[in-house]
Design a protein around this ligand. Structure first.
Ligand SMILES: NC(=O)c1ccc[n+]([C@@H]2O[C@H](COP(=O)([O-])OP(=O)(O)OC[C@H]3O[C@@H](n4cnc5c(N)ncnc54)[C@H](OP(=O)(O)O)[C@@H]3O)[C@@H](O)[C@H]2O)c1
Length: 267
């Protein structure tokens, strides 16, 4: 099934659903008229209808008009949604779920026909085309690669085993919050040293972006880049070592693991 021939239905046009729809159109994978966005409060997406997207409050109409169906509702809203679209789902559809914590098998157990299901875990940077999206599919590798093409237009992607999806959620989706807290702390330090908060924020954020880009572009281990800025007996190594004495790496890893334990025990 070629993605290019198929309309895309996005069921649950909230934060993530809208970002995915907009990214697909901005990257010219589809014309706006080939993307159908649904939600119950249709008045919240009239601005997208004005841009040429199809919009609907009837999920069955959207599914009947599409080949690829993105499930973008909240976890608790999934069962009702599947019940609604079951009568119009066929074996030729592909379901792509971005719903946190719901496995492929759990989704399949709600279906009345055999439909391939792909799971994707993006993060909120998808709104600016900078998501890290992990993708899993137990049906076919080819299908995972097709869906990967969509998310490639919205940032970086990685196809993973579904058993790593919870870890991907913590590192990639919750990770946005973890790095935000780091940015906030750096900004507060900048203010204490004499910058106005907006200046401190710019310096901290652009520096973090530069650090991340260095690793993305060179593929270097972070420690290689750290070595480049740590003069013997200098201020960087003194600050870095103090952060480690205070438990920086340990706090980050422990936080990730608490998050991971929590996500494994949700439900
Ligand atoms: N935010 C993240 O970082 C992130 C990352 C990865 C995955 N996720 C997952 O992505 C999903 C969506 O997240 P979000 O932040 O986009 O949530 P959201 O903004 O609440 O969007 C969900 C949308 O679904 C609509 N909806 C609910 N029931 C519906 C139905 N029966 N038919 C059609 N539309 C329906 C809601 O609008 P109406 O009330 O108007 O219907 C709402 O706009 C969640 O499952 C979340 O776990 C989120």
């Amino acid at each position: 099934m070629e993605l290019i021939d198929q309309n895309i239905a996005i069921l649950g046009a909230g934060n993530l659903g809208i970002a995915i729809g907009q990214g697909i159109v901005e990257e010219k994978l589809k014309e706006p008229g080939q993307v159908i966005l649904t939600r119950r409060k249709l008045s919240h997406i009239t601005h997208l209808a004005d841009k040429g997207f199809k919009t609907a409050d009837d999920n069955k109409v959207a599914v009947a008009d599409a080949g690829y169906v993105f499930l973008c509702v909240q976890p608790r809203q999934l069962a009702a949604l599947i019940e609604e679209i079951n009568p119009v789902l066929t074996e030729n559809h592909v379901l792509v779920s971005v719903i946190t914590g719901v496995s492929i098998d759990e989704i399949k157990s709600l279906l009345k026909v055999s439909v391939p299901v792909v799971r994707a875990m993006p993060n909120t940077a998808i709104a600016i085309g900078e998501s890290m999206t992990c993708i899993a599919c137990n049906d076919s590798k080819e299908l995972a690669l097709t869906v990967q093409k969509v998310f490639n237009s919205l940032g970086q992607t990685l196809v993973i085993d579904e058993k790593l999806m919870q870890a991907a959620t913590v590192l990639g989706a919750s990770g946005i919050a973890f790095f935000m807290r780091f940015l906030r702390a750096a900004t507060q330090g900048g203010v204490q040293m004499g910058f106005h908060s907006e200046e401190a924020q710019l310096i901290a954020v652009q520096t973090a972006k530069g650090a991340a880009s260095l690793i993305l572009e060179t593929g270097n281990h972070p420690e290689v880049e750290i070595d480049r800025v740590t003069t013997p007996q200098g201020c960087t190594i003194a600050g870095l070592n103090e952060m480690e004495h205070q438990g920086l790496s340990s706090a980050l890893i422990k936080g990730l693991m608490v998050s991971y334990d929590k996500i494994k025990n949700i439900k």
